[in-house]
Design a protein around this ligand. Structure first.
Ligand SMILES: [Zn+2]
Length: 251
């Protein structure tokens, strides 16, 4: 039994040099390597429920998440996940309902094409889950409380309206949260993800879950680390400079 579960975060699956991009060929070889070595995915909310119930998960379990809802999740990650029967949670930034868009595609983020509702529905039918990630991807710590609640709750309602089932997880845009947004997340979801770098353990904060951003695993050697007992140490090691940087930037 495992005392920790890595929750991996991807954004775009494409070749651009951006920190939020992960190369399609590396994504495919990474997933194949995990499956070949006996790893399997578990749903985010299932992993969280299990841990808090005190039921540890089997060894070699991991969670896949994708933030924002880029179209490349459908075109480049979904075929790989489908082939291996993997589960994942995609956090959708659904757009302002006051500005509906033709074609049912979510409004572009940083100039990238996003998922359409038809693609979301097709992925849901194949077992992929969807979480909320607000309407317009604001830094929630900079908004008034009423606006925070609208961004969070309305985005949840829109996804539920399309999929016809409860949306149980949330991810804070940029991973940024404060007591107000966390309080709202607690009222409306089973768990919420932050940008903290860390593994899912019993010590995790249920409404500010840590994850491992794939930008820390962007070559074959680094993806191979996940198969080794060194992985928790690598995650801890990568966390040190981040924490120091954040402390400095708060001054
Ligand atoms: Zn985001």
């Amino acid at each position: 039994m495992s005392s920790y579960v890595p929750v991996l975060t991807f954004h775009k699956i494409d070749e651009t040099p951006s920190v939020t991009s992960f190369p399609p060929a590396l994504f495919e070889s990474f997933m194949e390597k995990l499956i070949r070595n006996g790893y399997r995915t578990v749903g985010l909310t299932d992993a969280v429920e299990n841990l808090y119930r005190g039921a540890p998960l089997p060894e070699k379990t991991f969670v896949l998440t994708f933030d924002d809802g880029y179209r490349s999740v459908f075109s480049d990650a979904f075929p790989v996940m489908k082939r291996h029967g993997m589960s994942a949670t995609v956090f959708l930034t659904v757009g302002d309902p006051a500005k509906p868009r033709p074609g049912g595609r979510m409004p572009p983020l940083n100039g990238s094409e996003m998922l359409s509702w038809a693609e979301v529905t097709e992925m849901r039918e194949a077992g992929i889950r969807f979480g909320a990630h607000t309407l317009t991807h604001p830094d929630l710590t900079r908004l008034g409380t009423e606006k925070i609640e609208y961004e969070i709750v309305k985005s949840k309602e829109i996804i539920e309206g399309v999929l016809g089932e409860p949306v149980r997880s949330f991810a804070y845009p940029y991973g940024r949260y404060d007591e107000r947004s966390m309080g709202i997340a607690e009222r409306f979801f089973d768990c919420a993800c932050s940008d903290e770098l860390g593994l899912l353990t019993l010590e995790s904060k249920r409404y500010a879950l840590g994850r491992v951003d794939a930008c820390y695993l962007k070559n074959e050697r680094l993806t191979g680390l996940m198969l080794s007992g060194l992985f928790p140490y690598y995650v801890r090691l990568r966390n040190v400079p981040r924490k120091i940087l954040r402390r400095l930037s708060r001054r």
